[in-house]
Design a protein around this ligand. Structure first.
Ligand code: MN
Length: 392
């Protein structure tokens, strides 16, 4: 079986629609450029029917990045209006994907959609057929799949594949699954549709299992993972891109799966996102947190200094964590500060801006022991705020 895992990034869609994470079109463009550099296979740029801004973002991203080897995806409910709007927004992308969805669980059918299983099945098929008139690359998602009757889910999956979907996504929309259960559930659909389509997963972190569930699904035959930088997304968030990718890379011997992510851009992608939205990853967040590679305890430091492998399973350089990332002190020079800003994703400061930044930095360094990245980021944001606003 093919061991290549497609990374479907939804930072700009599921991530963006969560509290504190909304982005303007220019901000989305900036993040999109970073995701292209990171090497995501599919970038979900928005939900065009949801708002004018979302449409505009998908359209702008399609024009700018639609020929860079990345597939641009847009979300659409399984209605003709939604699908047509998505098709329109993706018009300028060379590689485009319409991602259409409808809920399939009885809970959603009864309380939200007030539709029968037959109706939902019919609408799903119709939406996929319509989407295929805009692009050959159509993904169907069975919302709340993990709480759907498996027999019915299999029936829907077969039907949408017959209608032309090449990816079937089975989300754990409410973050309710556990790995063993989710794996068995995924395996059943993988077996049912064979190599006619890729099975995808989209996990939420309500029980802190989004990454574990995604990994279990891959071992059960899923070949696409939907994820976000810093794990942002609805409620407790989505599967974290940096974590799942580094699991494959670090544990190659037991997990022979490949992604095309350029992992040395992970840290700067995380920092860039932090600079755009209202919060960053918690300090102890795996891979990209401020403390992820910090060795504070005496025994750990001692071992680490004798040989890094005693306490370090990932080379910080492999995820782009800058050398000596932890603290810059009051003896650090302008050059080190400028370097740090670049590593944090601020590549375009002028010499004058660096001067202003440096004044703020030294004032802060006088007061605190060491200046952390989040404090430097705050200074960078102040500089950006002083600039003239970017026109949309
Ligand atoms: Mn979601």
């Amino acid at each position: 079986m093919n061991q290549r895992i497609q990374i479907f990034d939804t930072t700009l869609r599921d991530g963006e629609q969560s509290p504190g994470c909304s982005m303007t079109v220019p901000e989305k463009m900036k993040m999109a450029a970073k995701l292209v550099e990171l090497g995501v296979d599919i970038m979900e740029a928005g939900f065009p029917i949801a708002s004018h801004g979302d449409f505009e973002a998908v359209d702008a991203i399609s024009r700018e990045f639609g020929d860079r080897g990345v597939t641009i995806a847009a979300l659409a409910r399984s209605t003709s209006k939604d699908v047509e709007r998505a098709g329109e927004a993706l018009k300028h992308a060379k590689r485009s994907r319409i991602h259409t969805f409808i809920a399939t669980s009885d809970i959603h059918l009864q309380y939200k959609l007030k539709k029968s299983r037959e109706q939902v099945l019919e609408e799903a098929v119709k939406a996929v057929e319509l989407a295929r008139t805009f692009t050959d690359d159509v993904e169907f998602s069975a919302e709340d799949a993990s709480r759907t009757d498996p027999e019915y889910l299999e029936q829907v999956s077969r039907a949408v594949v017959a209608a032309g979907a090449s990816t079937v996504n089975l989300p754990d929309t409410v973050g309710f699954s556990i790995p063993t259960e989710y794996a068995a559930f995924i395996r059943k659909v993988v077996q049912a549709i064979g190599d006619k389509a890729i099975v995808s997963v989209h996990c939420h972190d309500d029980l802190g299992l989004a990454v574990a569930n995604s990994l279990a699904a891959v071992e059960a035959g899923a070949r696409q993972i939907e994820c976000t930088m810093n794990g942002i997304g609805e409620r407790a968030g989505n599967c974290s891109l940096e974590e799942i990718v580094m699991i494959f890379k670090t544990r190659q011997a037991v997990l022979p799966y490949e992604t095309r992510i350029n992992t040395e851009h992970l840290f700067s992608a995380s920092q860039l996102l932090t600079s755009i939205i209202t919060f960053g990853p918690q300090p102890n967040k795996a891979i990209v947190g401020d403390n992820a590679f910090a060795h504070e305890a005496g025994i750990h430091q001692d071992g680490y200094l004798k040989n890094k492998s005693t306490y370090e399973i990932i080379d910080p350089k492999s995820v782009g964590v800058p050398e000596g990332k932890l603290v810059l002190g009051k003896h650090s020079g302008r050059h080190a500060l400028a370097d740090r800003c670049r590593e944090l994703g601020f590549t375009e400061f002028t010499k004058e801006e660096i001067d202003v930044l440096y004044q703020g930095f030294t004032a802060l360094a006088d007061r605190v022991k060491g200046v952390r990245n989040d404090q430097i980021l705050a200074l960078c944001k102040e500089i950006m705020a002083k600039r003239a606003p970017v026109s949309a």
